[in-house]
Structure formats: structure tokens, C-alpha cells
Write a protein that binds this ligand. Structure first.
Ligand code: AKG
Ligand code: FE2
Length: 498
């Protein structure tokens, strides 16, 4: 795994125990609590960024807004990629080679001069001392929240990220797309005519496209129009991915909510489909799942239509953040609510509407996007990210989902590009994996040769895979390949040799 190339060096102790100081190489020093910043009156942007004389910087854990470790590197060391990454890794990661380094905007940085230069760009990070973030190589960059209302400028996207909440990590991006982009995506959605992708009443669950009573919107899948591709690439860039990869995106789903339509509270993180092991969809164990949602508002909405996070309180400063709903549940809202609520049967809508006006809720605005993470920086599920689409109380709401995975999905990118996006079932091929030998680990093999764990097979304990024709798998014992398998048509059996 990613530990192996780090050699034998033990991670440094992070406790500030004076008797046993950390023993990094002589070129690098670090302390726990940041001392007062060096009195340096030079404006950050005018600094010399060659770092010939070394650099003092603060290292934060992925996604963290506090408890940095101050690191001081000498000039020569600073410009060596391996030494720079090792210094950051020693500060906040388990192993000297465990992490790569990002700046406050999520961009990869490889040496001190890059960190120094990037950090000096206005708005990238708070404070004068450059900040480096150590991100484990098997994890994804996650934006630090700092505090509700914090604004971070992202120079590479020329856009400002505003923190709306810390739990869940929720951000707003005004003008993520232009009004023309928004209108174009709606046009693209309306132009689709094939039954598989055109605008149709949303469904959840298995095959057969069960119309859902908890999701009353319509949706379409816009595959690869110019605007859709541009939005998808922009979302990947926003999340700090080094390049765009279809296998980590569900495609672009355009939603239309007519008056009264909404979507009950749910998680975007997916339950594992039948037949997949727990690890396969558990990022903290090496699996793949949805990491984050970039949700685009393609229209304004007269009343309602917020995106609500009912487990989270409304921030006290909501009224000073236009991207947050701050209106109370007043008589007008109650009137609109009661007009759409059925008196005769129990439905989820009234309670959600109340939460839309009392809990954490993002307000729709044409051209605005929100970003929220379904996973914590360590890959575990963030239950606080539970959210719903507030029923539209007046008007029409157009919006779009971009779901981005932490790594390639184990069933190929087509898996969730059907209408049946929230399905826990599969219309693929069942493969029964068995062995008469000792247990073996089974991995799905992606197009680029990367592998995702699917589970363990052992004698008397078969593994069932839901897969697709043409997909490949490998079985390994102690890392060594024992068998490879490519899925053909029809129900399949794969006997892994003992
Ligand atoms: O419409 C919204 O605001 C949220 C929609 C949503 O959560 C979804 O489609 O998964
Ligand atoms: Fe959702």
C-alpha cells in the first residue's frame, strides 16, 4: 500500500514533550503551538518566493482549521519535493511518505517556493504564514471551513468559496456558473428525447423505475454537451482533483421541481449494493463512494426550494449570509405550507418545510452552487450531510446534481448514469465467486489498471458480485495474483483456484 515506499522511519511524536523532542533531520524544525508570527512588514505578495533562505510555514491536517504544526525548513531542503512532502507528512500524517501537500485553495504544491507564492495570493488563506495541508495519498482534499461566513478566494477558478456550515461542511459559490450556462443546461435537458435520459418523473430504488413518493421532482441526465462537460470539469477542479475522470462522476443530473415538488431528507452517500462487500463502498477502508455533491441552482425560486440539512441548526449569522435561508417560519410560509399539505394522509412534506425555515438551509439562486461533503476527511460517512430538497411553495426550481466520488466506482461509470440513480440494486450480471482454498481478496480492476477491493472469498463462504459484462476482477492471496476473471453474459461462476 501507500505505506511501503516510506521506508522504515517511524512517525514523529506530535506531543510537545520537551524531554523527547521530535528528531527530524537537521534542516527542519517544528513546534506544536505557533509562536507569534515573525514581524515581517513586507506585504505577502511582494515577498521573494524563491525560498533560498528557507521557509517557515504551518502544516494542517486535511480539512483542519486549527492545531497547526509549525515547520521551518532550510533553503536547499525546501525545494526538494521528497524533503518537502516528508516534512509535511511528519507533521500531520502517520508516515514520512503518507501525504502529499496542498495549499489553502486545494492546489497541489511540491516545494516551498510554490507554497509561498500560492499562499500570498489574496484570499487563499488567512494569516501571513503560509499554510500547507497534508493529505493522505489514499484520501481526498477537503476544504477547511475556518468559521461560518469565512470567504476563501480560489484564484484558479476566479471564484469565492463561502463557508455556510462546519458540520456538515457546507459552502456556497456564487457565480459558479453564468446565467447563460444555467439557461443552457436547462435547454440541454429539455432537448433530450431518448427515454433513458430525458426529463421524467424522478425515481429511486431498483429496476422498473419506481416512481417515488419521497422524490417528486423530474430529472434528466445531460451527458456530454459542451456546458455539461465544462461544469463537470469545473467541479473536479474545485474539489482539488488533478484531472477530470468520468469514472468518479455520476454525470450531470438536471432537476425540475414544479410547485409543491420536493425531495425528502436523504444521504447522497450510497448504501452498498447487494453482493458488494462492505469495504467496496467504504472509503475509510479503501472503497469508493460519493465524496461530495456540487449542487447547481439553475433558477431563482419565488418561495421554498431550499436545500435543507435538517440535522444541523441554522447558524446565528444566517441573515448576514445571502446564500443561507434566514426567514422565520412566519404566517405567510405557514399559509403556503398548509395550502400544499394533504389533510387526509401523512406525508413528509410539512415537517421538512418547517425545517427549511428553522434549520441549516441553502437558498437557491440562479448561477449559485453549493458544495457539501458526504465524507469526513478520513473517508467515514458524515451523517450530518443528510439533506432534502425543500418543496417549492411558489414557482419552479431548476437545479443540477454533480456527484463526485473519492475514487473510481467499483462497477464502472455507467452504473449510476441511468435514471435509477439511488438504486441499491443492479441490473448487471451476478457472479458467484468460490474457492476450495484459503481465503483470497477479490478486487475490481479499472480501465487504468487500478483496483478496488470487493471482499473476501474463502472455502464455504462465497462472494457474490453484481457486475457488468466486460468488467474484470482479480483474486489475490497475500497480494499475489492467483486468478483473473472477466464477466461474460448471463449468470456467472468464478472458481478461484486453491
Ligand atoms: O433539490 C435540492 O435542493 C436537493 C436535491 C438532492 O438532494 C438530490 O437530488 O440528491
Ligand atoms: Fe441529495
Amino acid at each position: 500500500g501507500w505505506f511501503s515506499r516510506g521506508g522504515t522511519e517511524k512517525p514523529d511524536t506530535k506531543k510537545a514533550a520537551p524531554a523527547t523532542p521530535a528528531a527530524p533531520d537537521a534542516a527542519e524544525k517544528k513546534t506544536k503551538a505557533p509562536p507569534p508570527p515573525p514581524v515581517e512588514e513586507l506585504a505577502a505578495a511582494e515577498r521573494d518566493h524563491t525560498c533560498a533562505a528557507g521557509l517557515v510555514f504551518d502544516v494542517y491536517a486535511n480539512g483542519a482549521s486549527e492545531n497547526p504544526v509549525r515547520v521551518e525548513m532550510s533553503g536547499g531542503q525546501c525545494e526538494t519535493v521528497a524533503a518537502f512532502e516528508a516534512a509535511v507528512s511528519r507533521a500531520v500524517c502517520e508516515d514520512t511518505a503518507a501525504c502529499h501537500v496542498r495549499d489553502g485553495a486545494g492546489r497541489r504544491v511540491r516545494r516551498c517556493s510554490e507554497l509561498s507564492r500560492n499562499s500570498a495570493e489574496a484570499g487563499v488563506q488567512p494569516g501571513l504564514i503560509p499554510r500547507a495541508y497534508g493529505v493522505r495519498r489514499d484520501m481526498r482534499w477537503v476544504f477547511p471551513t475556518e468559521e461560518v461566513g469565512y470567504k476563501r478566494y480560489l484564484p484558479h477558478l476566479q471564484i469565492t468559496l463561502t463557508t455556510l456550515a462546519e458540520e456538515p461542511r457546507l459552502f456556497a459559490l456564487d457565480n459558479f456558473l453564468t446565467e447563460e450556462d444555467a439557461s443552457q443546461l436547462i435547454e440541454d435537458a429539455l432537448a433530450i428525447s431518448d427515454d433513458e435520459h430525458k426529463l421524467t418523473r424522478s425515481s429511486v430504488g431498483a429496476k422498473g423505475y419506481t416512481v417515488s413518493s419521497t422524490r417528486t421532482s423530474e430529472n434528466a441526465w445531460v451527458k456530454d454537451t459542451k456546458t455539461a462537460m465544462r461544469m463537470k470539469r469545473r467541479a473536479f477542479e474545485l474539489l482539488g482533483f488533478d484531472h477530470y475522470d468520468e469514472r468518479m462522476a455520476d454525470g450531470l443530473q438536471v432537476l425540475r421541481y414544479n410547485n409543491t415538488n420536493g425531495y425528502a431528507a436523504h444521504k447522497d452517500y450510497l448504501d452498498r449494493p447487494r453482493g458488494l462487500s462492505r469495504e467496496a463502498m467504504e472509503p475509510s477502508l479503501g472503497g469508493a463512494n460519493r465524496l461530495a455533491t456540487v449542487f447547481l441552482y439553475l433558477s431563482d425560486v419565488q418561495h421554498g426550494g431550499q436545500t435543507v440539512f435538517p440535522h444541523a441548526p441554522r447558524p446565528s449569522i444566517a441573515s448576514s449570509l445571502p446564500a443561507l435561508e434566514s426567514r422565520p417560519l412566519d404566517d405567510e410560509v405557514i399559509g403556503l405550507r398548509d395550502a400544499i399539505v394533504s389533510k387526509d394522509e401523512y406525508t413528509w412534506e410539512p415537517r421538512l418545510i418547517d425545517e427549511c425555515y428553522t434549520k441549516l438551509a441553502a437558498a437557491p439562486k440562479k448561477g449559485r452552487a453549493i458544495l457539501f461533503y458526504s465524507q469526513h476527511p478520513d473517508g467515514t460517512l458524515d451523517n450530518m450531510a443528510t439533506h432534502g430538497g425543500c418543496p417549492v411553495l411558489e414557482g419552479t426550481k431548476w437545479a443540477s446534481n454533480l456527484w463526485i466520488w473519492n475514487k473510481a466506482m467499483p462497477f464502472g461509470s455507467s452504473r449510476f448514469q441511468s435514471k435509477d440513480d439511488d438504486s441499491g440494486d443492479s441490473s448487471g450480471v451476478d457472479v458467484e465467486v468460490s474457492t476450495t482454498g484459503v481465503s483470497a481478496e477479490v478486487f475490481w480492476v479499472g480501465g487504468g489498471g487500478e483496483e478496488a477491493p470487493m471482499g473476501t472469498v474463502s472455502q464455504g463462504d462465497n462472494l457474490r458480485l453484481n457486475s457488468f459484462v466486460g468488467h474484470s476482477f482479480v483474486a489475490r492471496r497475500n497480494g499475489a495474483e492467483v486468478s483473473r476473471y472477466t464477466v461474460a453474459r448471463g449468470a456467472q461462476a468464478w472458481a478461484v483456484p486453491p
